[in-house]
Write a protein that binds this ligand. Structure first.
Ligand code: SF4
Ligand code: SF4
Length: 519
């Protein structure tokens, strides 16, 4: 056991409402008859009590973004912990999984003193702007992959675990030792699962949420350790895939849940384990906080999860947009085309470009200098929709840094130089076949540049061959063709910055790690 002051994160449980009811959830979602939402005053008290704590404060549920006052909570924690708005997740995101691992899940940094734990549901989308202004560290997991959750509601006495063994196991519990203490509406707890048990089973509540409560040492935990008696977080008990949605419990715990009218019990989503068969289903406990997502290969958001992508895109002209907004009240993205309008193919191209990426509703995007995209849920605009009378006015509602200029062509943001130039021009290619990945503006410029330097023997690859099968005399290859030759190729990424995340992710998917990019 360790003192909360030595933890990297202390959580605040703001609700038990969730979009899922995962198997063996640490918050026992699916067992509560009633949903709770922490009041703002309690939240403020919780954040204030952690003044001086050097680690991170985690805002957790359930799904915390379902809290009706989530935005107010986030603004408060930003004011206290992050101090100023962050500048993350403004550019379009082509691959959320890659974005998570490369940008928002990077551990403790000066920018990440507030953490959001979320399951990426539509309510995350609703608060996308606020979340990314506030939480530099986001532990995101849509639970569509194979996360394993260890049983929690199996009591050690029912499993006949003797005192001596039990105390050793309890003190080595991976949850308390690698995860978090917590604050619930009923007080502060040395362990997040103890806090959840207290909420579920109608306990006496935790320690007063007063400044410095988190400096308590393990010797001060005695009045809360009785929760461990009912919890199998530290025991060698079964694990189950989160999306199985059933919980493993021992018979007496089952009876307690039944008395509480647990919806999961009522709908037959618990598996009662016979203590006499313990040796047969015994399974070594987890040892650290990341093992549970290892089974799903650390996938945080599946490609099937479309909850963060544009839901409704209205194409309007700059002449008619004001009336359209007034009459038809759009709820999501508006794309304003230039007065001279685009043809059907061009509009379709923009639609596909927009639909295939995740955008920050708090930003105003100017595409190809002429097309303007914004979202009516953006905080800059949502309350003043009747005011802007022209694009200039519209722009004035956004801070300068949230006006993002983009090009639908692969933006020419790179020039050949640095390490890539050495590789390309000095022949330092380790006898590998050179593959230029990208055939848009950057790809074409690279090809021309190489040809000018007398280098003509290379392949040109794209993610998918669509309308044309060659470019500048080079036959196009699909990058998947190199799947079985990953050791024989050196890939130079030649795309603009908006596509960069997407192509790196694609290379990783097919196992190519030998790549360089234009510096
Ligand atoms: S998403 Fe998280 S909080 Fe919700 S049920 Fe699953 S484990 Fe519990
Ligand atoms: S046994 Fe349960 S309540 Fe006790 S420290 Fe471990 S997870 Fe927390």
């Amino acid at each position: 056991m360790r003192s909360p002051k030595d933890m990297g994160i202390i959580e605040i449980d703001i609700t038990n409402a969730c979009v899922h009811q995962c198997a063996n959830c640490t918050r026992f979602c699916g067992h509560h008859e009633k949903t709770f939402f922490m009041s703002f005053d309690k939240f403020k008290e919780a954040v204030d009590s952690l003044e001086g704590f050097e680690g991170m404060i985690g805002v957790i549920g359930g799904e915390p973004t379902l809290h009706p006052e989530f935005e107010r909570f986030a603004d408060y924690i930003r004011e206290k912990r992050t101090h100023e708005k962050l500048n993350i997740s403004w550019g379009p995101i082509a691959d959320m999984q890659f974005h998570i691992t490369s940008t928002v899940d990077k551990g403790l940094t000066p920018q990440s003193r507030a953490v959001l734990l979320s399951t990426l549901s539509p309510s995350y989308y609703k608060h996308f702007e606020t979340i990314n202004d506030t939480f530099g560290y986001q532990l995101l997991n849509d639970h569509s992959s194979e996360s394993l959750h260890q049983a929690l509601l199996m009591s050690r006495k029912e499993l006949s675990i003797p005192d001596e063994e039990w105390i050793k196991k309890r003190d080595a519990c991976w949850i308390q030792n690698t995860w978090s203490a917590t604050i619930t509406p009923k007080g502060a707890f040395f362990c997040e699962v103890a806090g959840s048990l207290d909420m579920l089973l109608g306990g006496e509540g935790g320690w007063p949420v007063e400044p410095g409560w988190w400096k308590r040492e393990p010797a001060d935990f005695a009045d809360q350790l009785h929760w461990c008696e009912l919890c199998s977080g530290c025991l060698d008990v079964p694990k189950r895939l989160a999306h199985d949605e059933r919980d493993d419990v021992t018979p007496q715990m089952y009876e307690r849940l039944k008395d509480l009218h647990s919806p999961k019990v009522m709908s037959d989503r618990v598996v009662v384990r016979d203590p006499k068969e313990y040796e047969q289903y015994r399974d070594p406990t987890f040892e650290n906080g990341s093992e549970y997502i290892e089974a799903g290969e650390y996938i945080r958001m599946s490609s099937d999860n479309k909850s963060l992508y544009p839901k409704d895109i209205r194409f309007l002209t700059k002449e008619t947009w004001k009336n359209e907004i007034k009459d038809n009240k759009p709820k999501d993205w508006i794309i304003l085309f230039p007065d001279n309008d685009l043809n059907v193919e061009e509009k379709e191209f923009i639609r596909k470009y927009f639909e295939s990426r995740i955008w920050n509703p708090g930003c105003l995007y100017i595409i190809d200098d002429d097309i303007v995209a914004f979202n009516v849920i953006g905080r800059s605009i949502r309350d003043v929709m009747s005011f802007p009378s022209c694009i200039k006015d519209l722009r004035s509602y956004y801070s300068k840094d949230k006006i993002i200029h983009l090009s639908t062509q692969d933006e020419l943001v790179a020039v050949i130089g640095g390490d890539s130039e050495t590789v390309l021009l000095r022949g330092n290619r380790e006898n590998k076949r050179l593959v230029i990945y990208g055939a848009g503006n950057v790809g074409r410029t690279t090809i021309k540049y190489l040809n000018e330097k007398g280098i003509t023997d290379f392949d040109v690859a794209v993610t998918r061959i669509e309308d044309t099968s060659d470019v500048l005399g080079y036959k196009l290859h699909e990058i998947d063709e190199y799947k079985d030759k990953v050791d024989d190729v050196l890939v130079i990424i030649a795309v603009g910055k908006w596509l960069f995340d997407e192509v790196v992710s694609k290379l990783k998917e097919i196992g190519i790690t030998n790549y360089r990019y234009l510096a």
